[in-house]
Design a protein around this ligand. Structure first.
Ligand SMILES: NC(=O)c1ccc[n+]([C@@H]2O[C@H](COP(=O)([O-])OP(=O)(O)OC[C@H]3O[C@@H](n4cnc5c(N)ncnc54)[C@H](O)[C@@H]3O)[C@@H](O)[C@H]2O)c1
Length: 285
């Protein structure tokens, strides 16, 4: 009825209903057939450490083949070896997401090993400067926006034809609560993570006709190397940060991984354009 929504409605008709999603789980196809992401392929950027590694492990535990990537070969080798030892289906390649040739190699690796891609999870993110927005050089702006915002969109544009071929797909971006409550001295980083909320909404609308869902997770303080190096931004250590509702514990990478696994699963087949906080806190309060 409303022309703007017609492509969305048409594409939703092609998404599996909850009943169809349930029957997908009982499809018999190899040893992992009972796992909800069996026969699926996931590309995860920034996945040799921290939140990305935990997401890679969880998607693989749920039956997906996961293509691991980050900037250094030795880190990729270590992450792949660790997960293979756990009996999980993973492969890997070096990919600095800010480099076009690395993004091409990541796409090529996924296609070579797996023949297609169902999920893209963009975890890689940087904050090379602790300082105010207006004190940031053009180089800093380019680096932070290039890696955190532009790279997920450019990588997805290369993967899109291969995701479309699979019939349906799921993309998950990784923002930060700094998008809702700017952390003082993380100026441009705050801006980049806010931009990801907008990118999520725009891509969700643009890709719905292709049956690809786009959602965003919004971590709070999660215990990783990255957060250790930004300790001064920890909640409750700064009066401007919103109070945690679960002050007795710190967020763990696995808290993010569980949500990503859900967003990629058939159970989330009617969810798109959402940004969900994993923060022991909610921006809706
Ligand atoms: N840890 C937190 O408290 C927290 C909170 C909010 C958001 N985040 C976001 O979560 C994401 C992951 O953070 P983390 O805490 O797991 O960090 P981490 O430092 O533990 O891991 C980051 C991973 O990204 C990789 N990486 C960094 N730059 C890259 C690049 N240019 N190309 C490819 N890979 C790259 C690293 O090699 C590493 O594997 C980031 O986008 C970060 O902004 C983290």
């Amino acid at each position: 009825r409303i022309p703007m929504f017609r492509p969305l409605i048409q594409s939703w008709k092609r998404l599996p209903t909850p009943v169809a999603a349930h029957s997908m789980r009982s499809t018999s196809n190899g040893g992992n057939c009972s796992l909800k992401l069996a026969n699926k392929v996931a590309v995860v950027t920034g996945s040799t450490n921290g939140i990305g590694f935990s997401i890679a492990r969880r998607l693989a535990q749920d039956g997906a083949h996961v293509v691991i990537s980050s900037r250094k070969q030795q880190n990729v080798d270590r992450a792949v070896a660790t997960l293979k030892k756990e009996g999980l289906g993973v492969s890997g390649t070096v990919c600095h997401v800010g480099k076009a040739e690395d993004r091409e190699r990541l796409v090529a690796t996924a296609l070579e090993h797996c023949g297609g891609v169902d999920f893209l999870v963009c975890v890689a993110g940087v904050n090379p400067l602790v300082g105010g927005t207006l004190k940031s050089s053009e180089q800093i702006w380019d680096k932070i926006l290039g890696v955190n915002v532009k790279a997920p969109a450019l990588l997805l544009s290369r993967l899109l034809p291969h995701m479309e071929n699979r019939g349906q797909g799921s993309v998950v971006l990784v923002s930060s609560v700094a998008a809702y409550v700017p952390v003082p001295r993380l100026g441009v980083y705050n801006v980049s993570k806010t931009a990801l909320l907008g990118l999520t909404k725009t891509l969700a609308v643009e890709l719905a006709p292709k049956s690809i869902r786009v959602n965003c997770i919004v971590p709070g303080y999660i215990n990783t190397d990255f957060s250790q190096s930004h300790k001064h931004t920890k909640p409750n250590s700064h009066s401007m940060y919103p109070p945690l509702l679960f002050p007795y514990r710190v967020g763990q990478p696995e808290d993010c991984a569980g949500l990503v696994a859900f967003l990629c699963s058939p159970e989330a087949s009617y969810i798109t354009g959402e940004s969900i906080a994993v923060a022991g806190w909610s921006p809706h309060l």
